[in-house]
Design a protein around this ligand. Sequence first.
Ligand code: CA
Length: 426
Amino acid sequence: MTSFLDLDPADGFGLDNLPYGVFSTGGEPRRVGVRLGDHVVDLAELERAGLIAAAGAGRHPVFAADALNGFMALGADAWDAVRGRLQDLLSADGPADLRDHESLRARAIVPLADVTMHLPARIGDYTDFYSSRQHATNVGTMFRDPDNALLPNWLHLPVGYHGRASSVVVSGTDVVRPSGQQKLDDGPPVFGPSKLLDIELEMGFFVGPGNELGAPIPIADAGRHIFGFVLVNDWSARDLQKWEYVPLGPFLGKSFATSVSPWVVPYAALAPFRIDGEAQDASAGNPEPLPYLRQREPRALDVDLEVALQTPAMRDAGEDAQTIARSNARYLYWSPEQQLTHHTVNGCNARPGDLMASGTISGEEKGSYGSMLELSWRGTDPVAVGAETRTFLRDGDRVVLSGRAERDGTVVGFGTVEGTIRPPLT
Ligand code: CA
């Protein structure tokens, strides 16, 4: 598929991708667009011009909207139809309705450099899983027992917790260093700014159609409830977390900010990157999941992920962020479908626009770990960046996570999610 726009096929934003986002220009209201190369195609304009219509939307505009929730709620048939229509309209040899309509093209195709991106959805609930085996093993090794790093439940269910939706922010939003209680090893708890501020490299998905309260989503249907994927940085204050988490789990050490990338890569766009992933049966020495979690199709996603860091000194010297870790979404043991099915198996209702994140994605080697906690091995082995080293984040540090999938000539980009640490407000 070739577009009538001049695109660089290597950049991952061609007709194979077409990620959705919410954008604005100047003082104009927010609306839905898809990214195509260095352009944003304004779907509200195409909807008004009668060139696209989302089946099931009735008279409600789903693209002249400040969030994707309405479109997410319509389901996979509506998404597939719009995606197919857009691939047609934007291709070099498709219908002329947009390609040869000069004034419409001028209105509907906006330079990426001219837009401001916003959160893609109104996020009612945010859930964070813990699905990377190496990450769970590293954390278990550091804080508990190297010989029994995985807790007994881990290979039987996707462990997760309910996060905080109100503090999910779009890429580019600064993150204020949180303050809270910290317990020193040999003293009473103290209050102050976190000294162990960290990142977590994750992928997240947005829920499409939800489920009725009491009616679980079966594993065979789960894929049709997943709208698409974003990159997630689940910022974490390790010192706050360590003191507060017993016995109910993460709280203020996590809830101060979670950043997401602005472009939601459609579920369908990742079909070429499905791979088997780690066996969930005795062939690999793992227990077979209970029947409700058994997934027949390939579960894993082959998406390359990177963590880059730019210190204030690097920024002053005009140096780019430097890559400090390379990972891949294939390292997730539990799939998005298994996560969603498990989440609803007790009858809990998921809703359109809910965000579910994977948990930190760490590979098998040190350079593929998805947090500073692991990269610096609890602060004992500082990471080189520019002319400096880091164990945890300092004020002014800018972190950039990026993602990209490439296979048999098809390239799908996720873009980036980034954020800069600001000192605590006084
Ligand atoms: Ca996390």
